[in-house]
Design a protein around this ligand. Structure first.
Ligand SMILES: *[C@@H]1O[C@H](CO)[C@@H](O)[C@H](O)[C@H]1NC(C)=O
Ligand SMILES: *[C@@H]1O[C@H](CO)[C@@H](O)[C@H](O)[C@H]1NC(C)=O
Ligand SMILES: *[C@@H]1O[C@H](CO)[C@@H](O)[C@H](O)[C@H]1NC(C)=O
Ligand SMILES: *[C@@H]1O[C@H](CO)[C@@H](O)[C@H](O)[C@H]1NC(C)=O
Ligand SMILES: *[C@@H]1O[C@H](CO)[C@@H](O)[C@H](O)[C@H]1NC(C)=O
Ligand SMILES: *[C@@H]1O[C@H](CO)[C@@H](O)[C@H](O)[C@H]1NC(C)=O
Ligand SMILES: *[C@@H]1O[C@H](CO)[C@@H](O)[C@H](O)[C@H]1NC(C)=O
Ligand SMILES: *[C@@H]1O[C@H](CO)[C@@H](O)[C@H](O)[C@H]1NC(C)=O
Ligand SMILES: *[C@@H]1O[C@H](CO)[C@@H](O)[C@H](O)[C@H]1NC(C)=O
Ligand SMILES: *[C@@H]1O[C@H](CO)[C@@H](O)[C@H](O)[C@H]1NC(C)=O
Length: 858
């Protein structure tokens, strides 16, 4: 979408909002930083006013400053100031009597002068509606592992034109007090209307008559949207991936560059265009979809009515009955045969649907399950489901109450907390924490900057963003081809491929490819990327292969196609996904690869119902991937920098052999003969794995891959995504969080629970140190891939043989543990560079080996 359209729609929105808000004179917003002495601006540029002039009386309250600044606070305003209430006290706001209002409360449970936030239990009542009761911001923050808490409410109009917001310390706890850091009271358009109740015929709930708390607001398949980027209502939208349940997480997609999203019936303020331009659907395999649900699970308070709002905008389909699905809430059908195009009238038009459901108090019933499944009986063209955005609102109960109980922290969290008490007062230990925190905050800031840059890139170069999700060359079963390339004499006349490439790589006829894929049957599609589609296919009667077919309109032209063949055909290694051959006929550009039966490494780590991998297997996979990368860096004539190392680009064959895939972004690095030590380039790669130095200086070295591989190592150890924007800020980036824990000696608390007690301490130490070194801020401080490989081999030895020095059965793997003296001939064997499939270059290997004998930085 171009800036003009954007600016234009923004103008429309402004004039619309101006209309809404001019209906009444008295529609003022209040954005207050409580306990501040003057108005100030937060890190997003919003201005926060002082609160004192709205207090009914300044008795019973004192302004105070937090004594400790948690590094994960997004901004000092409004969190570092607070107003403390030692007894009941109220604010009064004059508001429009006809409008609904957002009330947002910001809490930072810290210690304020001599008061300890653990003692703060209090209620908040707004115009007679209990928003919070016996509320402990401290317990809530601990349970959610967040430093601060924001609660958003949408309150019905106050006919008197006065909104009283009352804070009252609990009388059930001695020494209790109340506090508040920030208050927003903002007029809003009416967003609610009657919604059908799931499980009852014809019953409607009119949310318009209720006061409402926002529980979740998600940009499904998309990214975090800051309040300043909402469509005028200062809402925050989060990524949905943390709430996905099970292994069927579907696929996300972005609107094509040429697709304009047109708001018709749906007003633009309902949700910003960023919500509608990204989506999650089930994926391209109909047989899989027909037997699976796309499911999200949310924690909610029991004994309340909820309204669940689904935002849809079909970015692919244009006709009715192409994609038809059922929607379930808590295992009951909320909507049968949802057809977004039917509702919207066409593709690219936003619509939303509300359903209400009551969540009861049965044991374990404090969850809300949202699931989608293709309506097979309606015989749609595609067995698929779709979602662009999701909001979950809690409605007041019949007594006008909205308050739920304090959450209960998980036992694991309690244990972790007991071991590493969080310091409030600036003692020696918290000073230490603060120093580490400062560093984490700096990196966190960089992460935020990166998200923005990444988002911009995503908008600007949609194609590119697609590409990084490219090439899952895997599927259900069957054997992999042993890349037995036959040499074909009939290379096409038009081809500009070198004779070397032609001789290393098999040429397929289009007829063979068509036969192998059932004439490109859609049911054979196993992946889709910016380049085109990937099909599962069969050649030579029974050899399974992955067939990548360029989309004729793809940006990737003949030149890139031939570059890929040139490059890949020369790269043969047991730990690289092999290019078996290609087909260049009738304007088709087709590549044929190894078929990887066990899929990506990631799908064996988390959000999966596959069996957890043993630690030994994980180590072996890491070692295999490290070998592949080491080969790329040093084994070929030129240094090849992968540029997109991540767990979805490490594939597994049916024997659990790890192979590095997707050289789509690869870049040939500096020739070792030249003095230039980096390649200058536009930043590409996947966020969360991106080398900070590469990002800062736009300079690519093989150490950028080492950094990404360090993230992969922690991902394997902790079984969580590299980036999880829904977590508290300090934990969003796995790299930052793992380094932080490693520095504090608490890494063990964040490792995959499946691995608890199964890693020998020596092995864990070696592995973590290796990963940590990979994540060094400066490339020069990071080990080479050869060193990483050496250390991982060592870690494996320490796992199998923790006492060290004792030699293994396998004599080749004998190591002189505990000493840095190494024996070259041993490493030549263990590094596996002399593989049968390895077109290796001995001279560059010996360079690596000389690095190994001279192990600096270990
Ligand atoms: C706010 O007050 C503080 C201390 O009174 C002062 O240092 C600061 O400059 C003031 N800021 C503004 C924007 O007036
Ligand atoms: C809002 O979006 C714009 C454009 O996508 C981006 O430049 C800006 O940084 C975003 N603001 C925030 C606070 O994320
Ligand atoms: C947008 O481009 C894609 C391919 O690049 C094409 O399939 C689609 O039809 C185009 N859509 C519109 C609305 O032009
Ligand atoms: C829904 O069904 C799943 C199993 O299919 C079950 O695990 C879950 O607890 C159910 N959820 C509710 C809210 O009943
Ligand atoms: C999908 O979810 C619904 C509701 O929970 C359930 O009835 C159905 O069996 C599920 N289908 C699959 C394939 O899991
Ligand atoms: C919320 O409270 C209002 C009155 O304050 C009541 O009319 C409405 O029914 C309540 N909502 C629910 C879902 O009980
Ligand atoms: C208040 O909350 C605390 C912590 O959740 C709980 O232990 C206590 O029982 C609650 N008190 C009341 C009166 O509900
Ligand atoms: C706050 O109270 C908790 C629990 O009573 C205690 O562990 C902690 O040390 C206190 N913090 C300070 C700064 O007094
Ligand atoms: C590389 O740099 C060294 C010293 O700076 C110089 O002697 C050598 O000639 C350079 N080599 C090339 C290929 O430029
Ligand atoms: C390296 O190991 C081989 C066989 O294990 C042995 O013959 C050789 O002497 C060793 N070399 C050194 C330098 O230790």
């Amino acid at each position: 979408m171009n800036t003009t359209t954007y600016a234009f729609s923004f103008l429309i929105l402004l004039s619309f909002l101006a209309n809404v808000f001019s209906q009444t004179e008295n529609s003022v917003s209040f954005v207050l930083s409580c306990g501040s002495v003057n108005s100030s601006t937060d890190s997003d540029g919003r201005v926060w006013d002082l609160d004192s002039k709205y207090l009914k009386s300044e008795d019973n309250s004192v302004p105070s400053k937090a004594q400790f600044q948690d590094p994960s606070l997004p901004s000092t305003i409004p969190y570092m100031n607070a107003r403390i209430f030692t007894a009941e006290a109220s604010y009064t706001f004059s508001v429009s009597p006809k409008q609904r209002h957002w009330v947002r409360l910001h809490f930072y449970p810290s210690s304020y002068s001599s008061l300890n936030a653990t003692d703060a239990f209090f209620s908040v009542v707004a115009g007679g509606v209990t928003l919070l009761n016996n509320f402990s911001a401290y317990i809530t923050a601990e349970a959610l592992t967040q430093a601060y808490i924001v609660r958003e409410f949408s309150l019905s109009p106050f006919p008197t034109g006065k909104l009283d917001l009352t804070f009252k310390p609990s009388d059930k706890h001695s020494g209790s007090f109340a506090f508040i850091n920030g208050i927003e009271v903002i007029p809003m358009p009416e967003l609610f209307h009657p919604a059908p109740v799931v499980g009852s015929v014809h019953q409607l709930i009119d949310a318009k008559l209720s006061n409402i708390q926002t529980m979740y607001r998600l940009n499904v398949g998309g990214n975090y949207i800051a309040p300043t980027n909402d469509s005028g209502l200062t809402r925050t939208w989060y990524d949905d991936s943390p709430y996905l349940f099970g292994a069927n997480v579907g696929v996300t997609m972005d609107a094509e560059k040429n697709l304009t999203i047109r708001y018709k019936e749906t007003p633009e303020y309902i949700a910003p265009i960023d919500v509608y331009s990204t989506s999650r659907s089930m994926g391209p395999e109909p047989e899989v979809n027909a037997n699976a649900n796309l499911t999200w699970v949310f924690q909610v308070d029991p004994n309340f009515m909820y309204v669940v709002r689904f935002h849809f905008c079909d970015l692919q389909m244009t006709k009715v009955n192409q994609r038809v699905f059922d929607i379930y809430l808590n295992n009951r059908t909320a909507q049968a045969q949802a057809d977004v195009v039917l509702w919207a009238g066409s593709g690219g038009v936003p619509v939303y649907k509300d359903y209400a459901i009551y969540v009861t108090d049965a044991p374990g019933d404090d969850q809300l399950w949202v699931a989608m499944h293709p309506t097979v009986s309606a015989r749609p063209e595609f067995y698929d489901a779709l979602l662009n955005g999701l909001e979950i609102f809690k409605l007041n109960d019949s007594r006008g109450n909205l308050a739920g109980p304090n959450p209960v922290p998980s036992p694991m969290l309690v244990k972790a907390q007991a071991e590493t008490p969080r310091a409030f007062a600036p003692s020696k230990s918290s000073l230490h924490a603060r120093m580490i925190g400062g560093a984490a905050a700096a990196v966190g800031l960089l992460a935020a900057v990166c998200i923005v840059a990444y988002r911009r890139k995503k908008r600007g170069l949609g194609e590119d963003a697609c590409r990084s999700g490219w090439l899952p060359l895997y599927g259900g079963s069957s054997r992999t081809s042993g890349s037995k390339s036959t040499i074909s004499g009939k290379s096409t006349a038009s081809s500009h491929l070198s004779t070397e490439a032609v001789s290393l790589c098999r040429h397929f006829s289009l007829a063979e490819i068509k036969k192998g894929t059932n004439n490109f049957d859609e049911s054979e599609v196993i992946g889709v990327g910016g380049f085109g589609k990937v099909y599962k296919g069969v050649i030579d009667g029974n050899t399974m292969v992955a067939i990548k077919r360029a989309n004729p309109s793809s940006d990737q032209g003949v030149h890139e196609f031939e570059t890929e063949i040139e490059m890949l055909s020369k790269l043969r290694h047991r730990h690289l996904v092999s290019l078996i051959g290609y087909c260049e006929e009738e304007n088709e550009m087709i590549l044929v690869y190894d078929y990887m039966a066990f899929g990506t490494l990631r799908e064996h780590l988390y959000k999966t119902n596959k069996d957890p991998l043993s630690w030994k297997k994980r180590l072996e996979i890491c070692i295999g991937a490290a070998r592949g990368l080491h080969y790329l860096h040093t084994g070929a004539k030129y240094t090849i920098i992968h540029r997109d190392v991540k767990t979805t680009n490490i594939l597994l064959n049916e024997k659990w052999v790890a192979k590095v895939s997707d050289f789509g972004l690869s870049k040939t690095g500096p020739n070792l003969n030249h003095n230039q030590s980096h390649v200058s380039t536009v930043v590409k790669g996947s966020f969360g794995y991106l080398d900070p130095e590469y990002f800062r200086r736009q300079q690519l070295t093989e150490k950028s891959d080492v950094y990404s591989f360090g993230v992969v190592l922690f991902e394997v150890l902790c079984a969580r995504p590299a980036l999880n924007p829904s977590l508290p800020k300090e934990q969003v980036s796995l790299a930052d969080w793992a380094l932080h824990c490693q520095a504090r000696g608490t890494l063990e608390d964040i490792i995959d629970p499946e691995l608890k007690g199964k890693i020998t301490p020596e092995c864990l130490k070696k592995f973590a140190e290796t990963a940590e070194k990979c994540l060094s801020d400066h490339g020069v401080d990071r080990p080479s891939m050869g060193d990483v490989l050496w250390n991982l081999e060592f870690a494996l030895q320490l796992q199998e043989n923790p006492d060290g020095v004792k030699p293994e059965k396998d004599e080749e793997k004998e190591l002189q543990l505990g000493s840095h003296e190494t024996n070259i001939s041993i490493y030549q064997a263990t590094l596996g560079l002399g593989d049968e499939s390895d077109v290796s270059k001995q001279q560059s290997e010996s360079m690596v080996f000389s690095q190994l004998i001279n192990p600096k930085g270990r």
